[in-house]
Design a protein around this ligand. Structure first.
Ligand code: NAD
Length: 435
C-alpha cells in the first residue's frame, strides 16, 4: 500500500513486549489518539498519514446566548467538531452536558470516524455539544438554546456535509427543534438530522437501535468466544436511551439483568430485575432508584459486581486505573463512548477480561441513523422489521471482521477494530488525494 511502510505479508511481526509499560491517565482526546496510535503502529502507517488522520479537520466554537425564563441572559458555549470526512458526510451526535468541552467533543468526533468505518457505513465523524446542565433548564429554555445553537452551526451542516443526531441529554424532540430551525432557513430538510420523531421522518427502530446493536453484538460475540449467555448475569450502568433499551432487549439472549443505575444511583437484585417494572418506576419517579424489591448500590459498586457481563452505558472514563483491578466481570461491553481509559484497558486485558470496544458495540445507533438518512433522501419508509434485519446484518458482519482480525493478528478486539477502521479511512483519504 502506497502510504504504508514496506512489510511483506509473510514476515512475522515481532512478539509484543510482555513488560508492562505504565500507561498514564489521559484526557479523552489523548486517549482516543492513543488507541489510534496503537493501530497506526500495528499497521505501520506512514507518518504523514498519521498526522492527517489523528487531528480534526474543523472545530467550530460558538457563543449561545439565551434569555432564561427568569429574564436573565445566560451565555452558553457550544461546539461542532468535524474530525474526518474522507468516507462521507460528517456524522455524530449533539451532547448537552457541563463536561462537554472542546476536548471531550473532539474525542467523541474522532470516535465517530472510526465507528462509521468499522461498520462500513458511508460517513465521516463529527460531534457537537453545548456546555450546560439541561437538568436545571425548562423545556422552553432548552428549545431556545437548541434553535440558537443550530442557527450558529448551520453553515457547516448539510445533508451531504454534516448530519447531527441525539446523544447524552438530547433526544428526538431536540432533533425536531434542530430540523425545524435548519428548515426555516434552508427549506424543509428532514435529512439534516437523524434520531427525529417518527412523525417527522424519523426511522422506525432508531430509538432502540443503539441498545439493540449492543445486544446483537453481544449475541455474535458469545458464539465466537464460546460464552454461555443462558442465565448469565448482567450489570448495566446508565438507564437512558442506550442502557434502558439494552436492558429491555438483552433477555432475548437468555441473560438476566441483575443491576442498573442512573445519575442518582443504582439498584440490584441477584435473582434478576423485572426490567419493565424498573422502566415503569423510572417513568413515574424520574429514577431507577428505590424500584420495589431491589437493594441500593452505588454507581461505583455496580461496576465492581461479580457479574458475567458488565455494560457501561452512561458516561466516559468510568473504568480507569483507579478501579480496573476491582472489576470482576470477564466480559465488558462498551455501550457508552470511551468508558474504559487506556490504562484500565491494559489492566483488564492483563486480567484476562475481554472488552468489546465502543466503536463496534454501540455502532447500532449510527447505523440506523444511516438508514434514516437513506429513507429521508429516498422519501420512502422502511418497516421496522427491515430496519432490525439490516441492523443485525451490519452488526454481525462488523463483529465477524473485528473478531477475525483480532484472531489472525493476535491483538485485542479494540486494536483490531481500530486497525480495520484506520485502514478504511486511510484508503479513502489516499484515493481522494488528501496525502
Ligand atoms: P442518555 O442521556 O439517554 O442517558 C444517560 C444515562 O446515564 C442516564 O440514565 C443518566 O442518568 C446516566 N448518567 C448520567 N450521569 C451519570 C453518572 N455520573 N453516573 C452514572 N450514570 C449517569 O444518554 P444515551 O444516549 O443513553 O448515551 C449514553 C452513552 O452511550 C454515552 O456515552 C453516549 O455517547 C453513548 N452512545 C449513545 C448513542 C445513542 O444513540 N444515544 C449512540 C452511541 C453511543
Amino acid at each position: 500500500m502506497a502510504t504504508q511502510k514496506a512489510r511483506t505479508k509473510a514476515e512475522p511481526k515481532p512478539a509484543p513486549s510482555t513488560e508492562r509499560a505504565e500507561i498514564p491517565e489521559m484526557n479523552p482526546f489523548e486517549a482516543v489518539s492513543f488507541f489510534f496510535d496503537q493501530a497506526a503502529e500495528h499497521l505501520e502507517l506512514a507518518d504523514e498519514m498519521r498526522q492527517v488522520l489523528r487531528g480534526t479537520y474543523r472545530e467550530l466554537r460558538v457563543q449561545v446566548p439565551i434569555r432564561m425564563d427568569d429574564g436573565r441572559l445566560e451565555v452558553f458555549t457550544g461546539y461542532r467538531v468535524q474530525h474526518n470526512g474522507a468516507r462521507g458526510p460528517y456524522k455524530g451526535g449533539i451532547r448537552y452536558h457541563p463536561d462537554a468541552d472542546l476536548n471531550e467533543v473532539r474525542a467523541l468526533a474522532a470516535l465517530m470516524t472510526w465507528k462509521t468505518a468499522v461498520v462500513d457505513i458511508p460517513y465521516g465523524g463529527a460531534k457537537g455539544g453545548v456546555q450546560c446542565d439541561p437538568t436545571k433548564m425548562s423545556t422552553g429554555e432548552k428549545q431556545r438554546m437548541t434553535r440558537r445553537f443550530t442557527q450558529m452551526i448551520s453553515y457547516i451542516l448539510g445533508v451531504n456535509r454534516d448530519v447531527p443526531a441525539p446523544d447524552v441529554n438530547t433526544d428526538a424532540q431536540t432533533m425536531a427543534w434542530m430540523m425545524d430551525a435548519y428548515s426555516g432557513r434552508y427549506g424543509y430538510t428532514p435529512a439534516i438530522v437523524t434520531g427525529k420523531p417518527v412523525e417527522l421522518g424519523g426511522s422506525l427502530g432508531r430509538d432502540a437501535a443503539t441498545g439493540r446493536g449492543v445486544v446483537y453484538t453481544l449475541g455474535e460475540a458469545a458464539k465466537d468466544l464460546k460464552v454461555d449467555l443462558d442465565g448469565a448475569s448482567v450489570a448495566i450502568q446508565g438507564f437512558g436511551n442506550v442502557g434502558s433499551w439494552t436492558a429491555r432487549l438483552i433477555g432475548e439472549l437468555g441473560c438476566k439483568v441483575v443491576a442498573v443505575s442512573d445519575v442518582r444511583g443504582g439498584i440490584h437484585r441477584g435473582a434478576g430485575l423485572d426490567v419493565q417494572a424498573v422502566y415503569d418506576h423510572l417513568r413515574e419517579t424520574g429514577s431507577v432508584v428505590d424500584a420495589p424489591g431491589t437493594e441500593a448500590v452505588s454507581n461505583e459498586e455496580l461496576l465492581e459486581l461479580d457479574v458475567d457481563v458488565l455494560i457501561p452505558a452512561a458516561l466516559d472514563r468510568v473504568i480507569s486505573g483507579a478501579n480496573a483491578d476491582r472489576i470482576k466481570s470477564k466480559l465488558v461491553v462498551e455501550a457508552a463512548n470511551h468508558p474504559v481509559t487506556p490504562s484500565a484497558d491494559q489492566a483488564l486485558h492483563e486480567a484476562g477480561a475481554v472488552v468489546i470496544p465502543d466503536i463496534l458495540a454501540n455502532a447500532g445507533g449510527v447505523t440506523v441513523s444511516y438508514f434514516e438518512w437513506v429513507q429521508n433522501i429516498q422519501q420512502y419508509r422502511w418497516e421496522e422489521d427491515q430496519v432490525n434485519t439490516e441492523l443485525r446484518k451490519v452488526m454481525a458482519k462488523a463483529w465477524g471482521n473485528v473478531h477475525a482480525r483480532a484472531t489472525v493478528d493476535a491483538i485485542p478486539l479494540r486494536m483490531a477494530a481500530f486497525a480495520i477502521a484506520v485502514e478504511k479511512v486511510e484508503q479513502a483519504a489516499r484515493l481522494r488525494g488528501y496525502v
